[in-house]
Design a protein around this ligand. Structure first.
Ligand code: GTP
Ligand code: IMP
Ligand code: MG
Length: 340
């Protein structure tokens, strides 16, 4: 496996947390390192009926044997980080790159009060945009200057590259999704940084030649929170009828829901350089497949969808999620290797 990047292919909330957790238990990485913007992300993972939501530490934390790193590119809110670290039995697993920029209270205040950010864009109010702006102005403070973070400080880039050099597996975890990338998304209705695989590699400090696999995660019914265009959006009534409503992990806002978008999926797979696709919510397409973990047990409806979608996107669909629980997944990665 070597190094694998996991990123979102639609507008975020595709279920990257679920996919990362599954591959962590399957591939036993030495390190799970987070890239992406900051605590505007919310990953939900369900294990044996318990639900965890994390915004700063890598969502693969449910796999107990990996070191959990936050890359230099990520904006850190120390209050969020410290409260999430308490979730862990072994706090020493967490490492924060000493170069991470810090979100201060003033950034959160601006994010919530500025009508352009809070209303026009519909930001998460977590201070990410204003902190990213200050970082570009070179006025932010770095993690190395925060007393409470001193037990966590590390060179995450060096640790990650050394693990790869030693032949260990490493997962680089992205956040948000392609459609809200500052560069490739629906500008100005986007987040404050690029969200593609190249950015995640840069956030953690792993060069492009060292990436072995890029898994782009899609969901059968894409969702979007906040403002901005959403070509395949369905009406609230349709979503209700299909029983596929969703609410945000960070803000609790209802997510706008849409139909599968093959054009966007193909374009996002291209720019992310996807080698594999993870798809979540197959149980939303057909409730009969909830919990299925073998390809042969999937219904004709789901298999037809997968065959068509794989053709449209042009990348093998290898991780097929059939419910929110960690074990509810079909993993075809071995088969893909045999076919290659
Ligand atoms: P961001 O980094 O914020 O973009 O989040 P994310 O990609 O980790 O996704 P998030 O956890 O915010 O949202 C995904 C939701 O879908 C969560 O509530 C998951 O529990 C749920 N989920 C994941 N996989 C499946 C699946 O296969 N079926 C169903 N029904 N729900 C799923
Ligand atoms: P910000 O990143 O908080 O500035 O928000 C900018 C836009 O990105 C808003 O439309 C948010 O709803 C959206 N956004 C930010 N983070 C996430 C996420 O993790 N999932 C989905 N949408 C997000
Ligand atoms: Mg989320």
């Amino acid at each position: 496996m070597g190094s694998t990047i996991v990123v979102g292919g639609f507008f975020g909330d595709e279920g990257k947390g679920k996919i990362v957790s599954h591959i962590a238990f399957a591939d036993k990485p030495a390190i799970i390192a987070r890239g992406g913007i900051g605590p505007n992300a919310g990953h939900t993972i369900e294990v044996s009926g318990r639900k965890f939501g994390v915004r700063m530490i890598p969502s693969g934390f449910v796999y107990p044997n990996a070191r959990l790193l936050i890359g230099a590119g990520v904006l850190v809110d120390p209050r969020v980080l410290l409260s999430e670290a308490e979730l862990l039995e072994d706090v020493k697993r967490v490492g924060v790159d000493y170069r991470c920029a810090i979100i201060e209270k003033k950034h959160i205040t601006i994010d919530k009060d500025d009508p352009h950010l809070s209303r026009t864009i519909g930001s998460t109010g977590t201070g990410c945009g204003p902190a990213a702006a200050d970082r570009a102005r070179r006025t932010t403070i770095q993690a190395s200057e925060i007393q409470e973070l001193s037990p966590f400080l590390t060179d995450a880039a060096a640790e990650t590259n050394q693990a790869l050099e030693a032949g260990e597996n490493v997962i680089l975890e992205g956040s948000q999704g392609f459609g809200i990338s500052l560069f490739y998304g629906t500008f100005p209705y986007v987040t404050s940084k690029d969200t593609t695989a190249s950015q995640i590699a840069a956030d953690v400090g792993v060069g492009p030649t060292r990436i072995d696999d890029t898994i782009v995660v899609f969901k059968t019914f894409p969702t979007r929170v906040g403002e901005g265009p959403f070509e395949t959006q369905m009406s609230e009534g349709e979503a209700k009828k299909l029983e596929i409503e969703e609410f945000g992990t960070v803000t609790g806002r209802p997510r706008r829901i849409g139909w599968w978008d093959p054009k966007m999926a193909a374009y996002s797979a291209m720019i992310n350089g996807a080698t594999q696709v993870g798809i979540t919510g197959l149980d939303k397409l057909d409730p009969n497949v909830r919990g299925v973990d073998q390809y042969d047990d999937l219904s004709t409806k789901v298999r037809t969808f997968l065959r068509e979608a794989e053709k449209e996107v042009g990348v093998p669909f290898t991780l097929l999620s059939t419910g929110p629980e960690l074990a509810e997944i079909v993993d075809l990665r071995e088969e893909k290797l045999k076919r290659a």
